[in-house]
Design a protein around this ligand. Structure first.
Ligand SMILES: O=C(O)CCC(=O)C(=O)O
Ligand SMILES: [Fe+2]
Length: 375
């Protein structure tokens, strides 16, 4: 047992508990744990319902998200795929992309360096810890560790990777494990390429005529847009039914591309129920963020999702959040606003979004609600 630890009620506790939790879940587990510390125990109403939480107890089984075959999107069947995309965005706010063209090597290398990062000694990971929500490299724990009363069972590494500054940003990225910077920067560039193709298809799926010039202008904005990568680690949890890896939230960007491993954990709010998304090897789960909800004037909604943890396997996921540049104004696409379809959201600058996220527990969709115009 590490120095400074004391055993109480069969549970291992630190003499100076608050600091211990700031060091993250991985650190806590590495010191031996057979019971969930109270810091992570959610009130009854917020706990994952065990009938939802355990895939084996699922009445209807895990959810297979609508599949978007990216190769088909680039071929003669594009209009069919665009139609499926409209349906997926409207019904689920989520879809799964296959045949996306990002090679297995790029994905495998990324998975490997991410796993290795969380296996590094605590002191090595701690070099990237920062309480500054605006730091461009940030290792941390929970959802918003400065504000959360109950902590989530998650550690993360967040890297800002905006294309215009990527070269300069890279110098601050973890130098250990070896190959991290190479694998992660390749992954960032490849996911950005996929995002740009998906944005083009999403704009098309909104069903408005757009000439080539207009389209190019719109896409140029995204090309120089913002990108944040979040590597999430959810260690094995001694009492998974009492806590969550991530609370219900929507993502603030335009689209999020998520690479999950084979361990189930992601749940989306679908037809008033929490349903587990079945992992599909080497695919990307894509979901609509708040900015796309605003841009589409509410035609597409950002959907609440959360993460449940389990007692058997550590889970690692990589999310890249893509949107317009940080200095942009997020607003409904004028083509979607007319007399019959009045504008439903106020203009919002990106900074206000980020300010909100760092200043409170950004649970559920409170911020987006505050941007709505009530007619
Ligand atoms: O780990 C997951 O499956 C989801 C992660 C997520 O929702 C996020 O990073 O915003
Ligand atoms: Fe998310």
């Amino acid at each position: 047992m590490a120095p400074g630890l004391a055993v109480e009620n069969g549970n291992t506790l630190m003499a100076s508990e608050p600091q211990m939790y700031q060091k993250g879940v991985k650190h806590l587990c590495d010191n031996g744990l057979n019971k969930l510390p109270s810091k992570y125990i959610l009130p009854n109403s917020d706990r994952p319902d065990t009938s939802d939480y355990s895939p084996h107890l699922h009445v209807s089984g895990p959810l297979q998200l609508p599949l978007i075959d990216f190769a088909q999107l680039l071929g003669p069947n594009r209009h069919h795929v665009i139609h499926s995309l409209t349906k997926a965005c409207q019904e689920y706010g989520f879809f799964q992309v296959i045949n996306h063209g990002i090679s297995n090597d790029v994905i495998t290398n990324m998975r490997e360096v991410c796993s290795k990062f969380f296996e590094l000694p605590y002191e090595e990971r701690a070099k990237y810890m920062s309480s500054d929500m605006h730091a461009t490299v940030r290792y941390g724990t929970s959802f918003n560790q400065n504000k959360d009363n109950v902590y989530c069972w998650r550690d993360f590494l967040k890297l800002t990777c905006n294309p215009n500054d990527l070269h300069q940003l890279l110098s601050g990225w973890p130098s250990s494990p070896s190959g991290f910077k190479d694998s992660a920067s390749t992954y960032v560039e490849e996911t950005r390429g996929l995002f740009l193709s998906l944005v083009k298809a999403i704009v098309e799926s909104l069903g408005k005529e757009i000439d080539e010039n207009e389209e190019q202008l719109l896409l140029n904005e995204f090309e120089n847009g913002s990108q944040l990568m979040v590597v999430n680690c959810y260690p094995k949890c001694p009492e998974p039914e009492l806590t969550l890896g991530m609370p219900p939230h929507s993502d603030y960007g335009f689209l999020t591309l998520l690479l999950q491993d084979q361990v189930e954990g992601l749940q989306i709010h679908y037809k008033q129920k929490w349903v587990t998304v079945q992992p599909l090897p080497n695919s990307f789960v894509v979901n609509i963020g708040d900015h796309l909800e605003i841009f589409s004037n509410g035609k597409y909604k950002s959907v609440l999702h959360r993460v449940v943890v389990n007692a058997k396997k550590t889970r690692i996921s990589v999310a890249t959040l893509h949107s317009l540049p940080f200095d942009s104004i997020i607003k409904p696409w004028p083509k979607l606003v007319n007399e019959e379809n009045p504008r439903l959201y106020r203009d919002t600058d990106f900074g206000t979004f980020l300010e909100y996220i760092s200043s409170c527990e950004p649970k559920r969709k409170n911020f987006l609600e505050s941007r709505k115009i009530i007619h």
